[in-house]
Design a protein around this ligand. Structure first.
Ligand code: SF4
Length: 300
């Protein structure tokens, strides 16, 4: 019997990634070479292609030749990094997603007004590293799980406001916010969370289909926060198995034995041609029947 595969939508590039990918193409046309210190987006396939085309990754802005073209990633840059690039008189291309930029501005304003800042997110993720730079770095507290909340100091006499990383799992964040509010009843927020609509939609379609499947394949890279979340959500929403692969080259690692129904999606940083190549491969090599499964899209 043939395997049925739901090809989920929305999937793939969000508006912020579309924007920075287009900027990369334009800047390479103009300057042939552009330097970066952080991956432009968290996708190995895109980055290896970009490297072939002239994107050069260095470990520090100090290593960029004076006056060269230099690009900040979609995850944003700290004011310190921006100042350093200006000091070196680099041609700066700011690829920061406008959604991330607006969160940075809010964090900056709240920090300047003297509030303590709690960020729900991964301290080592590029978005959070940059975001911390918009505070004085002393009155900001990053929490990633419930255990981190237990370790927070007493905020009784402080005004405290929280923000969240844009690519977390909405339901996990809800649990974290509930626990934070139990510990800090006067906790403020500018919105329920800062998880962007593109992230929410890609999660929601996986949530809806997962329990119908024996397997969910997420096409994306292992260092992509939103890709990892999609896999976790597939499993927690009832998929029997979920795997994260970069491309069809990793398909050998995927066990299709016993699979009757599967779903295929991709992270917000995965180029669509990688998904299309994989879909064609699934059809031609395994005779898999591919069917679209779509929910309404609000992200550009
Ligand atoms: S996932 Fe959301 S916040 Fe992140 S780059 Fe895409 S649109 Fe911007």
């Amino acid at each position: 019997m043939s395997i049925k595969c739901y090809l989920l939508s929305p999937r793939g590039f969000c508006s912020g990634v579309h924007r920075v990918v287009n900027m990369t193409e334009q800047v390479l046309k103009l300057y042939n070479t552009v330097y970066i210190t952080e991956d432009i987006i968290h996708n190995k396939m895109f980055m290896s292609d970009a490297t072939r085309k002239g994107v050069i990754k260095v470990s520090s802005i100090d290593d960029v030749p004076d006056g060269a073209a230099f690009m900040f990633s979609a995850h944003g840059a700290s004011p310190k990094a921006i100042a350093k690039a200006e000091e070196k008189e680099l041609i700066v291309i700011d690829g920061t997603c406008p959604i991330v930029k607006s969160i940075q501005n809010e964090v900056k304003a709240e920090a300047e007004s003297g509030k303590k800042i709690i960020i729900i997110g991964n301290r080592s993720h590029a978005e959070i590293v940059a975001l911390i730079g918009y505070t004085d770095c002393e009155n900001v507290f990053v929490v990633y799980d419930e255990a981190d909340i237990d370790l927070l100091p007493d905020f009784t006499d402080d005004e405290v406001v929280y923000f969240t990383q844009t690519t977390l799992d909405c339901s996990c964040v809800d649990v974290m916010i509930k626990k934070l509010k139990e510990k800090i009843p006067h906790l403020e927020s500018n919105s329920q969370n800062n998880i962007c609509s593109a992230t929410k939609e890609r999660q929601e379609v996986v949530r809806r289909v997962a329990s119908l499947t024996d397997l969910v394949i997420v096409v994306g890279s292992s260092h992509s926060s939103n890709a990892k979340r999609l896999c976790e959500i597939a499993l927690s929403a009832g998929a029997k198995n979920a795997v994260l692969i970069d491309s069809q080259n990793d398909l050998d690692e995927v066990v299709l034995d016993g699979v009757k129904t599967m779903a295929l999606t991709s992270s917000a940083s995965t180029p669509e041609n990688v998904v299309q190549d994989l879909t064609e491969h699934l059809k031609s090599k395994f005779g898999i029947i591919v069917e679209d499964f779509e929910i309404p899209k609000t992200d550009g």
